[in-house]
Structures are given as structure tokens and as C-alpha cells.
Design a protein around this ligand. Structure first.
Ligand SMILES: *Cc1c(COP(=O)(O)O)cnc(C)c1O
Length: 477
């Protein structure tokens, strides 16, 4: 981390300070550059620098190698739509997990080898299956009807489809899932599997971030691997999906303090009209199931090591079990690979107060532009004041609101403190937004345009190809 820069102060009333990368600090320290990006591309603007991606992936592959396991890393593209993610993944020798026809097509047109793709779309159209099978991409197989569709496509194209059945855990300790089928259901569905389809591996993906749950399901997958191999299927890998944790905050004490104030102190000044943010278990590391665990201790490499070193009932470790079978382990992280790769900048439109006197700062953006499925983005924005910003207000505490015409249009539901006031033309910088926060829920409601995505390219910021007028199906480079 570089030294803190002399940006204008902004923090939560109970602060949650975000981790940053040096490139972010460099940009935040240059208010005129921030203002220039918004002037050129509009507000908000998504700013991407994919330099940390390869480092994040290497943390995982290094940890696996130390345990004697070969790890294939597939970047979950749904976490960020920019072509820059595809290019950076490809350049780093990583695979890509695609979840729609557009995502698949763009990767192929950008020159990604189909052998480095896995198609995990939850519902697969005939067009998607045709393109995937024709290209030779691996398909995560969800159910028996989809299996029949793939057999039909492969037979029609006179090629072999490469598939990895998606395993739903039958273990009572694992939450029920709508995805995939249990091994027993698959064994029935796959009887007499035709030659047009080759089962190359086993795929699963779990909700949440628990290492212990991955150990349970990996053991199940190992046992199923043995059965599938006995019946002649060339299972070469187990793909454990995504959910690799990351931490947005440096400081556990800040994370604990926020929840303690919200719960023990019943401090209803912290959040919008005393919102409890879905809090269920204030003592837990993840006090609310509705909020992503913005602080986590064991992330990426350490988390994977925890899994691989876990013991199986016969006394060997998960790593040893994989190695003994010559199985490759694969994973599909989205968020944790994009850690450090993005920032969202938005300019201040107005300062005002609600009818009951709550200070508000209006930004030129809407809440879908910095939102994941978590009920709030629990990282304090950074604040930038360009030279041509107006006169700042006196110091105050208030909330950020956005452009959609609904009362609950909060950009963060936490009350923020502005010791240096707020000026028109100030810029709010949401840090570490590349994983999901830019794109997973963004909408063009009210016919407001989607945010432009710019990418660091050498010394310049250039528009990402996903925004090219030719449309998202036609990469231009
Ligand atoms: C969403 C998803 C991922 C990525 O999950 P992260 O939490 O971003 O790591 C990987 N695989 C599948 C099948 C998914 O649905």
C-alpha cells in the first residue's frame, strides 16, 4: 500500500476503511484526472486496472502446488463484463467460466482457445449449446433434459460434446440446491451415456465461502469419481466452482465495531433510518446473512490451503486424495480474482436535507451501479475534490442518494461523516468494485445510460470493447 493521499475526508460514522491498490491511490491523488475521466465518459465511470488479476490467481495456484495439487483457475466472467477481464485472464494463462451465449461468443471472438472455457449457464439455450459443442468448449451439465439436448446437438454436429456433470451434494450438512443433480440421480440419468458425449470431470459450486463445506463436497466428489471411472468415464478433474473469499477491509476491529454498535449499542444513527442490515447473529464473523462478509481472515491461498490440508476419514488429506488419483483440481473464482481491479467514480449533483432534516448528497449515478446481491456495499467511499468544485458545505453527517425515483435509493445505507464538507463537483470514489459491484445488477431503468467502462492500457485510460457501439456481441479488440 502506498501512503494515504491528501484526499478530502469521508468515512462511515463507524468507519469501514477499504483496502486499496497503489494504482487506486495514484488516481485518487490526482483529482484532475478523476474529473477528466468523468468529463469524458460521464458519471459514474467504471475504472479498471487488471494488473492484480494474475497475482490473485497465482496465490491460488501457488498454494495448490505447495500441496502437490495441480490447479486450473477459471475466471467467472459474470463477475465483470469487461473485455479487459477476458484479455487479462487469457494473457495470464487462466481459463474462463462463461454463463451465457454472449459471454461465450465474445471470448471466442477475442481469441480465447475454446479448450480454456467452461460453460456454466444455469439455463442453456439451443444456440448456446450448439456454439459451445461446435467450438469444443466444456459444458457444465445441469440435468437430464439438458443432457438430452446436448446429445442431440452433438449427434447433429457429428462431434463429441465435452461435459462435466454438475454435482448437487447429497450430504445432510450441505444446504439443498437447485443446481445440478445428486450423484445417485446422475448415475441413473447417465446410464448408457451415448458416445456423442464424454464425461471429463465433475463440477460443483456452493453458495457461501465455507472451506469446511468444500471439504465435505470434495470428499463426495472423490467417491463419485471412483464410481464414474469404474464405469469407464475418463474423469480427469474436479471443479469446485467459485466462492473463494476475499476481504475488502484491512481491519477486523472496524468490522466488529460496526456490528457491535448496531446491535449491542442499538445505535440507530449508523444506518438509514436505523436499518439493521439483516443482522441475525452479531457475534459471528458474518453477522448478517444478507451482507457479504466484507472482512474475512482466510482468503484465497490460505483458504485453499485449509481445504487441501483437511483430512479425509482414512487419514489422508484432500490434497493427497486428489494427487493419488491424478486428478486436477479446478476452481472458478469471480470476486476474489478481481480484488484490486476496479473503482467506480461518480460526481456530486446536489446537497440537501430530507423533509425530516436528514442531510443528503445526491450523486450522478444510481444504486444498481455499485451493488451486488449483498444488502449494502460495506466499504467507505473515498472523496476527491477537483480544483473546479464549488464551495464546500460545512462539516456534516449524511447519506448518499442516487438517480432512481424511489425513496430507498441509497448508494450506501450507512451514514457517512464529511469533516471537510461536500462541494458540488466533488467526486465519490467507491473502491474495489470490479467484482460484481459494477455489473451484476446494473440496470438502465428510467432509460439512464449504463456506466462507461475504462481500462488502464499502458499509460492511458481507454474505453473497454464491451461498450463499443457495434454491440456486446462484436468485440473490436
Ligand atoms: C457465480 C459463480 C462463480 C463465481 O463465484 P464467486 O463467488 O465470484 O467466486 C463460479 N461458478 C459458478 C457456477 C457460479 O455460478
Amino acid at each position: 500500500m502506498t501512503d494515504p493521499t491528501p484526499t478530502v475526508a469521508c468515512e462511515g460514522v463507524s468507519p469501514l476503511t477499504g483496502r486499496t491498490e497503489p494504482w487506486m491511490e495514484d488516481l485518487l491523488a490526482d483529482p484532475e484526472q478523476c474529473a477528466g475521466l468523468i468529463r469524458e465518459h460521464g458519471s459514474p465511470v467504471n475504472v479498471l486496472n487488471l494488473a492484480p488479476l494474475a497475482r490473485n490467481a497465482a496465490e491460488l495456484t501457488d498454494a495448490a502446488r505447495d500441496e502437490g495439487v495441480t490447479l486450473g483457475v477459471y475466471v467467472a466472467r459474470k463477475a465483470n463484463k469487461a473485455f479487459a477481464v477476458v484479455k487479462a485472464a487469457d494473457a495470464a494463462g487462466l481459463g474462463i467460466d462463461v454463463s451465457s451465449l454472449a459471454e461465450l461468443r465474445q471470448c471466442l471472438e477475442l481469441g480465447v482457445d475454446a479448450g480454456r472455457l467452461i460453460v456454466t449457464a444455469a439455463v442453456k439455450s439451443d444456440a448456446l449449446l450448439r456454439e459451445a459443442v461446435a467450438a469444443g468448449a466444456l459444458i457444465s451439465l445441469d440435468n437430464g433434459d439438458e443432457f438430452a439436448d446436448i446429445v442431440a446437438v452433438a449427434t447433429d454436429l457429428a462431434v463429441t460434446a465435452r461435459v462435466a456433470p454438475r454435482m448437487a451434494s447429497a450430504d445432510p450438512h450441505i444446504a439443498p440446491t437447485r443446481f445440478g443433480l445428486t450423484p445417485a440421480s446422475w448415475d441413473a440419468a447417465l446410464q448408457d451415456a451415448p458416445a456423442a458425449v464424454r464425461l471429463e470431470g465433475i463440477h460443483f459450486h456452493l453458495n457461501g465461502y465455507s472451506a469446511a463445506e468444500r471439504v465435505v463436497v470434495l470428499r463426495e466428489a472423490l467417491a463419485w469419481t471412483d464410481r464414474l471411472r469404474e464405469t469407464g468415464h475418463p474423469i480427469a478433474f474436479i471443479d469446485m466452482g467459485g466462492g473463494v473469499p476475499m476481504t475488502y477491509l484491512e481491519d477486523r476491529a472496524q468490522w466488529r465495531a460496526f456490528w457491535e454498535r448496531l446491535d449491542v449499542d442499538r445505535d440507530d444513527t449508523l444506518t438509514w433510518r436505523g436499518d439493521r442490515l439483516g443482522m441475525t447473529d452479531p457475534g459471528a464473523e458474518r453477522p448478517s446473512a444478507a451482507v457479504y462478509p466484507y472482512w474475512q481472515r482466510h482468503v484465497r491461498g490460505q483458504w485453499l490451503r485449509d481445504i487441501l490440508r483437511a483430512h479425509t476419514p482414512d487419514g489422508t488429506t484432500v490434497a493427497e486424495q486428489l494427487a493419488a488419483r491424478g486428478l486436477e483440481l479446478r476452481c472458478e473464482p469471480g470476486r476474489s480474482l478481481l480484488d484490486g481491479c476496479g473503482m467506480t467514480l461518480a460526481s456530486v449533483a446536489f446537497r440537501k436535507a430530507s423533509s425530516d432534516g436528514i442531510p443528503l448528497v445526491g450523486l450522478h449515478m444510481n444504486r444498481t451501479q455499485v451493488r451486488s446481491t449483498s444488502v449494502d456495499f460495506m466499504v467507505d467511499p473515498r472523496w476527491v475534490r477537483p480544483a473546479d468544485a464549488g464551495a464546500p458545505s460545512p462539516a456534516f453527517e449524511g447519506f448518499l442518494v442516487g438517480a432512481y425515483c424511489v425513496e430507498e435509493e441509497l448508494l450506501t445505507r450507512r451514514r457517512l461523516r464529511f469533516p471537510d464538507g461536500v462541494a458540488r463537483g466533488d467526486i465519490a470514489a467507491f473502491v474495489n468494485t470490479a467484482g460484481y459491484l459494477m455489473h451484476i445488477l446494473e440496470s438502465a431503468s428510467h432509460q439512464l445510460p449504463l456506466a462507461v467502462n475504462v481500462v488502464r492500457d499502458g499509460g492511458d485510460w481507454v474505453r473497454d470493447g464491451i461498450d463499443s457501439p457495434a454491440g456486446s456481441g462484436t468485440p473490436t479488440g
